[in-house]
Write a protein of this length. Structure first.
Length: 185
């Protein structure tokens, strides 16, 4: 985590990180881009080895690039994109589409950052797990998540549906904490 509160995930953790080679370019070059001059936050982190890790955007809409040769810090560059891992190509292509839109429009289009379909369920599962780890009973978790009236009606009913739902949510929360990389995709 940086002092700005942004997390700059390593490329081996976030499959959407694209490796780029940066070559100096003249300002008149139609393929030149100055990655440090966008109308959105730009964070450049240099590792001890001198490698550049670039985060462009805000918490909701951003792209991550690793500069594997050259520098983006000194003005306009031409970029060469690395897409070598076939298993990760979809995530990397989306990053490039997002960057291209930012270059073309000066902003990130919302349609390229749709909310994860399962984000709400993941949030509820993590809340259920957090409550369980804090010592809450399954019934207390159900009340916190779904309200007194739903629990009062369903908890002692014949189906056991709500109890099973809480158990499934807790198991999902455990899975998510073990496989957090899934949340980054």
């Amino acid at each position: 985590m940086t002092e700005t509160g942004f997390v700059v995930w390593r490329a081996d953790v976030d499959t959407a990180v694209v490796a780029v080679e940066a070559s100096p370019a003249s300002a008149g070059d139609p393929d030149a881009v100055d990655l440090m001059r966008f109308p959105c936050p730009v964070l450049l982190v240099r590792s001890a080895s001198g490698a550049e890790h670039l985060l462009i955007g805000d918490r909701k809409s951003n792209v991550r690039l690793d500069v594997v040769s050259g520098t983006v810090h000194e003005g306009p560059v031409r970029l060469r994109y690395g897409l070598v891992q076939a298993t990760e190509i979809e995530a990397k292509l989306l990053t490039i589409r997002r960057l291209a839109a930012l270059i073309r429009l000066g902003r990130f289009p919302r349609k390229l950052f749709p909310p994860a379909r399962q984000a709400r369920k993941w949030m509820i599962a993590l809340r259920a797990l957090d409550a369980r780890r804090a010592g809450a009973t399954h019934r207390e978790i159900a009340v916190a998540l779904f309200g007194d009236s739903a629990v009062g009606t369903d908890w002692n009913g014949g189906s056991g549906y709500l109890r099973c739902r809480i158990q499934r949510l807790i198991r999902l929360g455990e899975t998510l904490t073990k496989d957090y990389r899934r949340l980054l995709r």
